[in-house]
Design a protein around this ligand. Structure first.
Ligand SMILES: [Zn+2]
Length: 273
């Protein structure tokens, strides 16, 4: 087993890298205001940065599943490679029984679609109820700029293309050995998945952390993509603290590989493992 494949309880977990996302440092935010934001940009030390985009394959007693689905063909050639990674893993789209979604942003959910067809024809799509409620709320849509409305289109397309095969899920145990954890802020219903194992479990925290070094050291650093920055920062600090306390292995939508969290000064460190 290479370092991207791990066993937790009854599940074998494999990170599928969808590609690389590039952004400018000006998307950084800080809950303490403009000066702290400038300090965070200076600490990043470059005008632009690249982060991995990941999803995960999970083999278990009920057949193969995914956690998130990557970008599909929607975000250009630097992305969309999770589909080939799935095939390299020996799995076809038609074999996937469930896709567990962390939140309804394009780099996590557009891979569910193949134009006007479902890309996973046999799959049930499990979506955190609070995220689905937000992204189907017309008033919420109207309150946001166009560039932040993609999730509403995704929710609409999900209902249309997976008609009758969308299941809304709430925090707690959703399957034996898998827990849904509410991690609000990035989006209102954003969630992580905990895969229970002995002696260690894996927390896949979606977009709670995008920049492992910077945001672990100072969880108040956010990105413009966080819809509620104060709640996202509090969530980030909580999930980092809990991961350190519980000894969870961590990964997510934008972490490189797997890591382990430990306290460091007023913040945390994520050591690759
Ligand atoms: Zn996101």
């Amino acid at each position: 087993m290479d370092r991207t494949s791990r066993r937790f309880g009854q599940f074998e977990l494999r990170l599928l890298k969808d590609g690389i996302f590039e952004a400018f440092s000006k998307v950084l935010t800080h809950t303490a205001g403009a000066e702290a934001r400038q300090a965070a940009i200076a600490a990043l030390g470059r005008r632009a940065f690249s982060i991995d985009v990941n999803c995960f394959a999970l083999r278990g007693p009920d057949g193969p599943m995914l956690i998130d689905a990557g970008t599909g063909t929607a975000w250009g050639e630097a992305l969309g490679h999770a589909r080939a990674a799935l095939v390299a893993e020996g799995l076809s789209a038609g074999e996937i029984r469930r896709v567990l979604v962390t939140h309804l942003h394009g780099d996590h959910a557009l891979g569910l679609f193949d134009g006007d067809e479902p890309y996973f024809p046999q799959a049930e799509i499990w979506v955190p109820r609070a995220d689905f409620a937000f992204f189907t709320d017309a008033q919420a849509r109207a309150s946001l700029p166009k560039a932040r409305q993609g999730g509403f289109d995704i929710a609409e397309r999900l209902l249309r293309l997976y008609d009758g095969h969308v299941r809304l899920i709430d925090p707690g145990e959703i399957l034996p050995g898998i827990e849904l954890h509410a991690l609000p802020g990035h989006t209102p219903g954003h969630c992580g998945y905990l895969i229970r194992g002995e002696p260690e479990s894996a927390m896949l925290w979606g977009d709670a952390v995008h920049l492992a070094d910077l945001q672990a050291a100072d969880p108040d650093i956010g990105l413009e993509y966080d819809l509620d920055r104060a709640i996202a920062a509090a969530t980030r600090r909580n999930v980092l603290a809990q991961s350190a306390r519980e000894g969870w292995l961590v990964s997510g939508g934008h972490i490189h590989g797997f890591g382990r969290v430990r306290s460091s000064g007023s913040g945390f460190e994520i050591a690759p493992t």
